[in-house]
Design a protein around this ligand. Structure first.
Ligand code: ZN
Length: 102
């Protein structure tokens, strides 16, 4: 939401008020997303929590060693043997390519 960033930059005097509104907007889009995906709000918050935890694992890992969780299946996740974080096959491909080139 680039317009929201613009509003937040501009309206320093109304920061607290805008913050509450932004919270309401985010909450509202979660409900919209919930209706669109058929996933419950709690499920989406679970997924979001998992995404955050995965990101933290990946960020704290000194050197990933990605291996496919299911080598026969296209679109399988690739998990790092060192940190346990997972990425898409495409992300693992480019990370491994970078390691070979580096
Ligand atoms: Zn790792």
């Amino acid at each position: 939401m680039p317009w929201l960033a613009w509003v937040l930059r501009r309206a320093s005097g109304f920061r607290a008020h805008i913050g509450r509104c932004a919270g309401w907007i985010v909450g509202d889009s979660l409900d919209t997303l919930s209706a669109a995906t058929g996933l419950s709000r709690a499920t989406m918050l679970d997924i979001w929590g998992e995404v955050q935890a995965n990101g933290a694992k990946l960020a704290s890992c000194p050197r990933h060693d990605f291996q496919s969780e299911d080598p026969g299946r296209l679109g399988a996740k690739w998990r790092c043997a060192a940190c346990g974080g997972h990425v898409s096959a495409n992300q693992a491909h480019w990370y491994n390519t970078g390691r070979r080139h580096g």
